[in-house]
Design a protein around this ligand. Structure first.
Ligand code: BDR
Ligand code: CA
Length: 307
């Protein structure tokens, strides 16, 4: 049976490839795509999500959600994703969102589904947190929450914090406090998911579907990561999807994760106790190792299944 998921995203270049991977994978049943402001403002992330979903030909409702974090100011990440969120790659217009708000849609799906639903968060966690804050008992129908968020070492938005965690730390703290099983794809994991220009040449040569071509153009627009040595750009968000599709490509360990919610330079940091240095019980599974070749082959295979 495919795993039923709700995918909460902020496309976003790597979100685009994660959406394609999810919608191309028969192992998953995407019940809804919910959208937050994040990499760019909500008007753009929503238009991008609609355009990307429409390109796949898969019928899945797309809901607009939060345009700002629970506390503090919205801040975009245009250095990586461009002013439009997709690195300037123009896609055909995808139409309009399903009426309703993301947090309401998430709650309705959780309330009505006969089976537990997996929540996948590849954006600031605002929508997921609002859903669980306003009806916490629905946590009983969450199979697990898989997030691309956080880091056990250095951040990418600040020296201490990863972008999604830093964008809405209170929201991530709500997910941690929800008691749902949590899986973290952190920056250390996604550093192993580097796509180099040579990898993209290989993908381009593997087919000519419109989604494959768009994925290559979008990923090709991302600046090579200086933080990771300048040889490629990480496919952060697809890691969260790939773990659901091919968990055998990953290694992991249980760990206690807490949030730095203070106002100082550590704000948004995920404090991850990988070595049991505190007495806090493990409350999450932290993904640690990735079979990069297997992951890139999975991406190429699934992108070629789309139109
Ligand atoms: C995360 O932040 C965003 O910029 C990406 O889309 C990804 O979700 C990586 O830190
Ligand atoms: Ca994202």
């Amino acid at each position: 049976m495919p795993i039923p998921i709700i995918l909460d995203c902020d496309p976003g270049t790597d979100d685009a490839l994660a959406l394609f991977l999810a919608l191309a994978s028969p192992e998953l049943d995407v019940r809804a795509v919910t959208v937050a402001g994040g990499n760019v403002g909500l008007a753009l992330t929503l238009a991008n999500a609609l355009a990307l979903v429409a390109m796949t030909g898969v019928h899945v409702p797309v809901y607009a959600g939060a345009d700002r974090p629970i506390l503090g100011q919205f801040q975009s990440e245009t250095r990586v994703h461009g002013n439009d969120g997709l690195g300037g790659v123009r896609l055909p217009n995808g139409g309009t969102a399903t009426p309703g708000l993301a947090a309401d849609a998430i709650r309705t799906i959780l309330r009505e589904a006969p089976e537990p639903i997996t929540l996948v968060g590849i954006a600031p966690a605002t929508n997921l947190a609002l859903a669980l804050m306003t009806e916490p008992e629905l946590a009983r129908n969450v199979a697990r929450i898989v997030v691309m968020s956080g880091a056990w070492g250095e951040g990418n938005a600040t020296p201490a914090a990863e972008f999604n965690a830093w964008s809405d730390p209170e929201a991530l703290a709500v997910l941690i406090a929800s008691g749902c099983p949590l899986v973290f794809a952190t920056l250390e994991l996604t550093a192993q998911a580097l796509a180099t220009p040579a990898d993209l040449v290989g993908w381009r040569a593997s087919g000519d579907g419109r989604c494959l071509r768009a994925a290559c153009a979008i990923q090709g627009s991302v600046p090579l990561s200086r933080r990771l040595g300048g040889t490629g750009a990480p496919l952060h968000d697809p890691c969260a999807i790939a773990w659901l599709v091919r968990p055998d490509l990953f290694t992991s360990r249980p760990a206690a994760v807490t949030m730095d919610l203070g106002p100082g330079p550590g704000r948004g940091r995920t404090v991850i106790d990988r070595w049991g240095r505190t007495t806090a019980p493990a409350n999450a599974t932290v993904l640690e190792g990735l079979n990069r070749a297997g992951f890139l082959a999975l991406m190429q295979d699934r992108l070629n299944r789309l139109p």
